[in-house]
Design a protein around this ligand. Structure first.
Ligand code: CP
Length: 312
C-alpha cells in the first residue's frame, strides 16, 4: 500500500467526522484495492487474524455482502448476525447485545440499524472499531465514499462538479452522506424532490435546494436518483408512486437537461420505473453497477484504514 496519510479514526460513524484529506486518502486507497478483485486469487493477507462482525438489523443486499466480501478478500474472519436470528427477538437490548459481542473480542463491528445514532452508542460501549452501515435517516458513510469513488473514476475529479440528488431526501441517509462528502471535496450539490420529502435545514449541510427537478438537473455532471423509502413513511408523503414517477422520476426529457456526458447513479435498491426510467438505468450513462463494484474496494479501504493501515 503506497498511499500515505495518517488516518487516525478508530470508528467510521459518518462523513461528518472525516476531513477532506481523510476522504482523499480513502479514495486513493480504494482505487488501489480495486485491483485485488480482478485477480484470479482474490485474497491478500492484510487483515489475517482480525475478526469482523456484520450486525444488520435492517435488510441489505449490497452493503452487507460487500462488507463481507471485502473482509474475506483481506483474509479477516467474518460473522453475520441479523435481527431475526439474534436474541434481540427475545428482548435483549442493543447495548447488552453489543456488550456480549464485545466479550468475544471482535476487532470490527459493522452495524446497520433503524435508529440514527446506534453506531455511536456501540462505539461508547465496546472496544471494537465500529462502522456505520446505515443508521436510520442519519448517515451511510461507506455509500457516500463509494459514490465519490465512482464519480472520481468516471470524471477524473470531484472539485467543481455539479451533483444533482433527486427524491426522498428527508429519509435518505445516502443523501446526507453524499451532501456532506461531495461538498467537503469541493463539488456543488443541488437537491430536489416532493416538498414533503425535503427536510428543513438541509441547506445547512451545504446543498442548494431547488424548486424543481429540472432546475436541479440543469447542467449537472452527475444525476443521482434516490429510492422512495415507503418503509420509513408512517403516513404517505406522496399521493402515489405513479404521480411521483410523473413529477419527480428521472426520464429522458429530464436527463437531456444535464451535461451530455452526465452519469446516472442510484444507490439501490431501485424501484424500477419510479425513480428512474428503466432504459436510463440500463443505458450507457448509468454507473449503477460500477457503484456496487466500487463498494467492495471502498469497504476494503475502510477496514484497512481503521485497523491501522493509514499509518503510511
Ligand atoms: N445502497 C444500499 O445501502 O443498499 P442495501 O440496502 O442493499 O445495502
Amino acid at each position: 500500500m503506497e498511499v500515505e496519510h495518517k488516518f487516525s479514526h478508530k470508528h467510521i460513524l459518518g462523513l461528518e467526522q472525516l476531513s477532506p484529506a481523510d476522504i482523499d486518502f480513502l479514495l486513493r486507497s480504494a482505487a488501489s484495492f480495486k485491483e485485488i478483485s480482478t485477480r484470479q486469487i482474490k485474497k491478500v493477507p492484510a487483515l489475517r487474524g482480525r475478526t469482523v462482525i456484520n450486525l444488520f438489523f435492517e435488510p441489505s443486499t449490497r452493503t452487507r455482502l460487500s462488507f463481507e466480501v471485502a473482509a474475506k478478500r483481506m483474509s479477516a474472519d467474518t460473522f453475520n448476525i441479523s435481527a431475526s436470528t439474534s436474541s434481540l427477538k427475545k428482548g435483549e437490548t442493543l447495548i447488552d447485545t453489543a456488550l456480549n459481542l464485545a466479550a468475544m473480542k471482535p476487532d470490527i463491528i459493522i452495524i446497520r440499524h433503524s435508529h440514527s445514532g446506534s453506531p455511536g452508542l456501540l462505539a461508547k460501549h465496546t472496544k471494537a472499531s465500529i462502522i456505520n452501515a446505515g443508521d436510520g435517516t442519519h448517515e451511510h458513510p461507506s455509500q457516500g465514499l463509494l459514490d465519490m469513488m465512482t464519480v472520481l473514476e468516471k470524471k477524473g475529479h470531484i472539485e467543481g462538479l455539479k451533483i444533482a440528488i433527486i427524491g426522498d431526501i428527508a429519509h435518505s441517509r445516502v443523501a446526507h452522506s453524499n451532501i456532506i462528502g461531495f461538498t467537503k471535496m469541493g463539488a456543488s450539490v443541488s437537491v430536489s424532490g416532493p416538498a414533503t420529502l425535503l427536510p428543513r435545514g438541509i441547506d445547512h449541510l451545504g446543498a442548494t435546494v431547488c424548486s424543481s427537478v429540472d432546475e436541479a438537473v440543469e447542467g449537472a455532471d452527475v444525476v443521482m436518483a434516490l429510492r422512495i423509502q415507503t418503509e420509513r413513511q408512517k403516513d404517505p408523503f406522496i399521493p402515489s408512486l405513479r404521480e411521483y414517477a410523473a413529477f419527480f422520476g428521472i426520464n429522458k426529457r429530464v436527463i437531456s437537461l444535464a451535461k451530455p456526458d452526465a452519469i446516472i447513479m442510484h444507490p439501490g435498491p431501485m424501484n424500477r420505473g419510479v425513480e428512474l426510467d428503466p432504459e436510463l438505468a440500463d443505458g450507457p450513462h448509468s454507473v449503477i453497477l460500477d457503484q456496487v463494484t466500487n463498494g467492495v474496494a471502498m469497504r476494503m479501504a475502510l477496514l484497512y484504514a481503521i485497523m491501522g493501515g493509514g499509518e503510511g
